[in-house]
Design a protein around this ligand. Structure first.
Ligand SMILES: [Ca+2]
Ligand SMILES: [Ca+2]
Length: 359
């Protein structure tokens, strides 16, 4: 989302106006109408502060009346009472928990957080680095780094970002981000706190990290690792390149001043030609390709159990369980022109092939 001056002025006005609102929704610390990782950045700034407790304590997702404002405010003018999610009069771990419990909840009108998009080679990048090719059903550990020697980071206090992935290509239960030991931004519980939320449906991992020391650090290089497991059913070929994309980055100093960070993406080609071993490519010939009628699958000594054909959307269009010796024919004459994917199950493994139908 691009920064615009109008939005920022409006956002600041909103923050000041909210002082009159006198009610908080637990977890929405910056009071913009939604709970997300940006609220953790505000939490990190306000941590350990104390003020008057609320009479209406608790973190259930409902409006809580603020009885008394605190003496501290965020730079935007928003009162620290909004950071005391549970209302006990101190900003501590329970308030962090409220962000997690109410993550993605919304109230009233949502004024989306503003993310400053960096310019490549001018602003420091947040990068994913790792292999460019991977086999189906393999585990990968990718490096996440912030800043480079040429474009280092100064006055780091916290960062929030999203990693997008295709949930059809990786095991969405298994995706995990973790800070590495000795990460230059801090890694120990005494120095940083984190919040990771994975949405398996949309394929989004929200990562939020903030220091809790009231002091900033400067540096560059690796901060964490992203562990993923490539699915073993990617042979359906809905897509054979995994794209991991970082966006919605907000990196702030200890007074919540944001600096632009360059968004990046990392592409991994998934080699799914053979998902189980022992089937040599040379053992199966498919012809003609392109085809408009009968496709011949010559399989020499391999015994075929079944053949599946998927269209480019991954929909199963044909299932053939006939077996024959050495060669099997598949009728594709009714298929529209386009790319299709064959999955050939043999006794020793599965072979996948791309077929072009031209009518
Ligand atoms: Ca918020
Ligand atoms: Ca509290």
């Amino acid at each position: 989302m691009k920064k615009t001056l109008g939005r920022i002025i409006f956002f600041c006005l909103l923050a000041v106006m909210n002082l009159q609102g006198q009610e908080i929704w637990p977890g929405d610390i910056n009071n913009n109408g939604e709970v997300n990782g940006v609220d953790l950045l505000y939490f990190g700034v306000a941590i350990d502060a104390t003020g008057p407790a609320r009479t209406n304590m608790g973190t259930e997702w409902e409006a809580k009346t603020i009885d008394n404002l605190w003496s501290n405010s965020f730079p935007s003018g928003l009162n620290y009472a909004y950071a005391d999610c549970d209302g006990n009069g101190v900003i501590d771990d329970d308030d962090h928990e409220a962000i997690e419990d109410n993550f993605k909840e919304e109230h009233g009108t949502v004024f989306p957080d503003v993310f400053l998009e960096g310019t490549p080679n001018i602003n420091p990048p947040l990068k994913i680095q790792g292999p460019l090719v991977a086999n189906a059903n393999s585990n990968l550990s990718l490096d996440i780094s912030l800043g480079t020697a040429a474009l280092p980071i100064s006055d780091f206090y916290g960062i929030n970002f999203k990693i997008h992935y295709n949930p059809n290509l990786i095991d969405s239960d298994e995706i995990e981000f973790n800070l590495i030991e000795n990460a230059w931004i801090g890694y120990d519980d005494d120095f940083v706190t984190t919040l990771y939320v994975n949405d398996e449906v949309s394929g989004t991992l929200d990562v939020s990290i903030t220091r809790i020391t009231h002091t900033t650090v400067s540096g560059y290089g690796q901060i964490g690792k992203l562990d993923i497991v490539i699915e073993d059913n990617v042979v359906d070929f809905i897509q054979d390149t995994l794209v991991l994309e970082i966006d919605d980055i907000m990196m702030v100093s200890d007074n919540l001043v944001a600096s632009p960070i360059t968004e990046t993406k990392h592409e991994i080609a998934i080699d799914s030609t053979v998902t189980t071993n022992e089937v040599s490519e040379q053992n199966i010939n498919i012809y003609p390709n392109p085809v408009n009628n009968i496709l011949s699958i010559q399989h020499n000594d391999l015994v075929i159990r079944k053949i599946e054909c998927f269209d480019s959307l991954g929909k199963l269009r044909l299932l053939d369980t006939k077996t024959s010796n050495h060669s099997t024919n598949v009728d594709l004459s009714a298929f529209q022109s386009g790319v299709y994917f064959l999955k050939i199950y043999t006794l020793t493994g599965i072979v996948s092939r791309k077929v072009l139908v031209q009518q």
